[in-house]
Write a protein that binds this ligand. Structure first.
Ligand SMILES: [Cu+2]
Length: 307
């Protein structure tokens, strides 16, 4: 159950019970208003039980109804409190306790490793994030956060300069990023997709605060595992962000994307110079090939000099 599911359920239960209690109370009021109505034409069927001004209405049965309504309300309210509190504890602890009860502590990175298969350490600093995937295949990412769907993710949040707050409103998670403190929490994404400005800073932290929001990419578990195996969550992020891979792509599609990327890199490394040269020569060399060549050399020299 995701954090969103919990809050949705709490909302539904309160709405349902509130509606039910409201209907019962309103109907009972209307019923009483009808049978105790002031009408000469009808006999007063409740003459004996009609309450007097200043008296506690006993309903003719020694206060039984009053007592019952009090007990019933108490049962409803107390069970709501107990149940809701339990649900909120689940929100803090997470499935299997990976949320660590929202503990705030000072700890080192080795301890973070032990939490769960996937722990993301989010470090906020003015005015960026650094996302560190703990565990096998992990590594450090910049602002780019890509996660698998339907996997509870342990999150450990800290800050390195001023106070920030790491938050993903879509998945109802928020944790303060305070220098020297590590706040544990968790969240789970139930749907794949690209969430525009999904990761935001929720603490006014300085002039760059409004720019501290970044897309969150949620992919299927298989695709994410493939990216972790290749130690390339960053490549997966940019592949999805640029539209070259869908969030529901398969591991094979990711592998062929990576292979294509690599051969592209090799091609551009090896072929850039010759391509560039021939292009320039064709354009400029139509009138006078010598001029074109000398221009090229000048440009090369200039840029070399600047560097
Ligand atoms: Cu901020």
């Amino acid at each position: 159950m995701t954090r969103g599911d919990v809050f949705e359920l709490i909302f539904q239960v309160f709405l349902g019970l509130g509606t039910l209690v409201g209907i019962v109370v309103v109907l009972y009021i209307m019923y009483n208003a009808y049978i105790y109505r002031d009408d000469e034409a009808v006999d007063d069927p409740k003459a004996d039980s009609r309450p007097e001004v200043g008296e506690l209405p006993v309903g003719g049965t020694g206060g039984k109804k009053l007592f019952m309504s009090f007990i019933l309300s108490a049962i409803i309210v107390i069970s709501l409190i107990v149940w809701t509190y339990g649900m909120l504890l689940y929100v803090e602890d997470g499935p299997g306790g990976i949320g660590q009860g929202g503990d705030i502590q000072v700890q080192n990175e080795e301890e973070v490793d032990q939490y769960h298969d996937l722990t993301v350490r989010a470090s906020a600093f003015s005015f960026q994030y650094e996302h560190n995937y703990q565990g096998e295949g992990g590594g450090t990412q910049g602002n780019e956060l890509v996660i698998p769907a339907d996997v509870p993710i342990a999150t450990n949040v800290t800050g390195t300069d001023v106070w920030h707050t790491f938050g993903i409103s879509e998945f109802r998670v928020k944790a303060d990023a305070i220098p020297g403190e590590y706040e544990n929490t968790w969240f789970e994404a139930d749907e794949t997709g690209v969430y525009d400005t999904g990761v935001q800073c929720y603490e006014l932290c300085g002039s760059g605060h409004s720019g501290m929001n970044h897309d969150l990419i949620v992919v299927n578990e298989e695709l994410f595992a493939a990216a972790m195996d290749a130690e390339a969550p960053g490549d997966l992020y940019s592949a999805v962000e640029s539209g070259e891979l869908s969030v529901d792509a398969t591991a094979e599609e990711f592998e062929s994307y990576m292979a294509a990327q690599q051969s592209d890199d090799e091609e551009s490394d090896g072929g850039n110079n010759s391509e560039g040269d021939s292009g320039d020569n064709n354009d400029e060399g139509a009138d006078s090939p010598d001029e074109g060549t000398s221009n090229n050399n000048e440009q090369t020299n200039e840029s070399g000099g600047e560097n």
